[in-house]
Design a protein around this ligand. Sequence first.
Ligand code: COA
Ligand code: AMP
Length: 629
Amino acid sequence: MGYRAEYNSWKANPEGWWMRAADAIDWDVAPTKALHDLGDDLYEWFADAKVNTCWNAVDRHVEQGRGDQAAIIYDSPITDTKSRVTYNELLEQVSGLAGALAAKGVGMGDRVIIYMPMVPEALVAMLACARIGAVHSVVFGGFAAHELAVRIDDCTPKAIIAASCGLEPGRVVEYKPLLDGAIAQADHTPDFTVILQRSQHPCEMGAADVDWHDFQKGTSLADCVPVAGNHPAYILYTSGTTGAPKGVVRHTAGHLVALNWTMKNIYQVEPGDVFWAASDVGWVVGHSYICYAPLIHGNTTVVFEGKPVGTPDAGTFWRVISEHKVRSFFTAPTAIRAVKREDPKGLERQKYDLSCLRALYLAGERADPDTIEWARDMLGVPVYDHWWQTETGFTIAGNPAGLEALPVKVGSPTVAMPGFDVQILDDGGHPVAPGELGAIAIKLPLPPGTLPTLWNAGDRFRKSYLTTFPGYYETGDAGMMDEDGYLYIMARTDDVINVAGHRLSTGAMEEVLAGHPDVAECAVVGVSDQLKGQAPVGLLCLTTGVNRPHDEIVGECVKRVRDQIGPVAAFKQAVVVDRLPKTRSGKILRGTVVKIADNEAFKMPATIDDPVILDEIKEALQTLGYAKG
Ligand code: COA
Ligand code: AMP
């Protein structure tokens, strides 16, 4: 069946369509129906089923004879390590850790925070939680202690599983002080912490810490515990408009069904094929496509610990693809831009045989035409942009290449996937004509695998997503759809920005800056950046009477954001202004600031980190009277 027929088949009978997709999952108790309408625009999928994610991602493959196949290939140029974990070994490791967690009293519904770098043990920890019905919340290693503390207080974990360190080029990220700092800041205290000691930087153990290996001594292996279809598989925090992150909840059964469907139909892989998503387990792409989907589908997943450039060179991606025979590769446009900047002629690429590769998939931020075309020419395979969000957990719009490869229109992530009735709405909530801009919304119910609510924040869920357009989920993105149903994602409608494929809240950065004693008022905007897509730039109005050097204050502000949110915020630039552009009612005109700054940023082939751009932005603000000369 081609795409249109499949989409129409879903539309004609959504529940029947999803029940058929559900046949690919091993159920302890099969669902009697697909959709449960809870009223008030709330829905759950396969809620009356019983199932276990870990069984579907690990045990069943061993049972079906895939035990000796690699489940995980670990390739870490940053530590110069390569290894493989077969499905047999994964089963042993996961049931060992799950058994130890259970012996310490972690059970059904208990939360466990995972704070780990890109090592196979991160996946083992996620799956061990799933095995015993515990709910994990993975926190990205680039966040600072405060962000970790906020998550600890929100999901009140019984345990934390962490590594002693992460590794960034040229520096060791010591996790332990961050972890200790977070636990000290948080009101909630977990019962214990399991630490994976890494030889690159082992840490001192505290009274509540237990070593990953010692922890499992003397405990027995745990079996899979079936959970209800609507049991939370995990909570993943993502940036919203305010400083408080949103805890996106993922229900177990829908997650299994939807992710499994995508592997063949979108990513074109068969069980046994090697699939690689070069992201991080701390992001949704890492949850869905480093850990869960490839394993649920019986693929081999690559856990890559390194950077696209500099570890050791711009050929790293191509080496990994070639060496491990990667069939489908998924990364963020930023990563490709980084490679292109370093090796525009593709000299590194020439060194590798990439005949194994079938397609490159891009997501996480807008894919600019230059990047798409360069990658396509370089790799000689189709490059598929696809659009999704932490909230949805999988593709809203993409090219269903496994079903039918649709023509690529550069600049569009292609068409809505079955499950998503995507509409472009005007301010009044009415659909607009093809080609017209509007807010992108999805008609309820959302498909299986998408968020049913926010953790501890049902009201916020409703307010953030369901109230602006009754009967729809508000995506927070604006764009248009053409006559062929191709979507174009143009901008966020809120204060979320996307820096190097990382979703960040300008509101959160403003909260931190406003805490500086010399800052009276501030705004943070996302300015176009040639490498990272967007980069945050701060506008600071100082408290009357402050006459310290501006550079000093800016430096303190930059440090403050790094210390409180983390290096991943990539907040490096701010300008001191006399006043912020505002409406009469006092609302900051962020759009105006972005336009002024973008105008300058586009004039030169540089990134925001180059001070010359900042000078230009400042000059433009001065001309408009927002800053003194
Ligand atoms: N732990 C600790 N620090 C981290 C981190 C982690 N896991 N990840 C990033 N950081 C740090 C970086 O070291 C950097 O620190 P610095 O300011 O001291 O240099 C800072 O956070 C900003 O990181 P980033 O914006 O990623 O810039 P970068 O220069 O380190 O790397 C790219 C640039 C393009 C190579 C990188 O952003 C990349 O590979 N992006 C792809 C993104 C991606 O996979 N997104 C997921 C969605 S698909
Ligand atoms: P995240 O939740 O981190 O995955 O970020 C989701 C947001 O990233 C979306 O709401 C978009 O704003 C942006 N985004 C993701 N994929 C794309 C894409 N293919 N094109 C344009 N924007 C994208």
